[in-house]
Design a protein around this ligand. Sequence first.
Ligand code: UT7
Length: 349
Amino acid sequence: MIRSKIAGIGMYVPENVVTNQDLTRLMETSDEWIQERTGIQERRYADRKNETTTTMAVEAAKVALERAGISAQEVDFIVFATLSPDYYFPGCGVLVQRALKMKEIGALDVRNQCSGFVYAISVADQFIRSGMYKNILVIGSEKHSFGLDFSTRGRNVSVIFGDGAGAVVLQATEEDGRGILSTHLHSDGESAEMLAMYNPGTHANHWTPASLADFDEVEIGQMFMSHAMIDKNQLYPYMDGPSVFKKAVVKFPEVIIEALNKNGLQPSDLDLLIPHQANLRISQFVAHALKLREDQVYNNIQKYGNTTAASVPIALCEAWEKGLVKNGDLVCLAAFGSGFTWASALLRW
Ligand code: UT7
């Protein structure tokens, strides 16, 4: 039976470290508040001019390719997850194809925010299982720092997010028992606006929060993006943090259990859980709900903040580099975020 395995993994984070203390110069916040509510101590911000979502992705991809022992020309397909693409369109996949001088292969962008990488892994896994492709480059990369509200008004969102990229080479294998065992994808669009960036977009204003109530003032043709949106500060992400938190601590354990049940396994069988790094408190809730030991869960949000689609591959890469993921280990990747969407992937390393 053909399965897919992670043949190589890489990550890239910018050099520029931004501490909680640094943020206190821009907004009313404190190191104490940020650490207590999120666990974050510092995050990385990309160089404004020279680093983009794609350039970081390319660096992570080069490491993943080298570790997989294949060249960029041997890749059959690219799946790229991000919510902060270099351009509104085209997506970042084609920019990676160009930067790495790859063949004229397919490049697909996935827009599933925090669960984007796990969705991307699932998509790539299907292509490999079907026999269509042998080597797929799967990437999660984000440059959040370009578009956050660093005034006090935006502090509940801006202190959380950081920049970075992670990439894996997913490869066909027939080795018995190894590779991705199953993936599980979910969504509930009922709360789509609870964690969203509304603009630029083609939405009408029937559901929008008060911040978009002046839609009528905008001329036809300016609806997509207008000066009014800039003046009214409507070009930043919106998050109802407490509501997202409450849903996350339910859906994370649910989708992990779903993956374990599907394979006749239990939480105690897990060698390592790599949860999306949304908030250290969420990871701790999940660990508690599943009765996992501390050494069964890997967290690094303390150093990088929440890097959305990049958080799972960055955490997995770092855990692997530290020797915490060994051949034969049972590893679960899990994520929850905007949409809402949530997902898991269970794999035997
Ligand atoms: O990865 C995508 C998925 N996202 C998540 O999973 C995020 C889930 N949500 C969260 O992690 C938490 O809700 C946050 C960390 C975003 C916020 O923590 P919270 O404990 O839910 O705080 P809150 O939004 O209820 O705000 C509590 C207070 C408010 O002040 P008042 O109204 O009580 O006076 C906020 O204005 O904390 C204030 N506040 C801050 N104070 C200092 C909000 N942000 C900050 C800040 N610094 N950065």
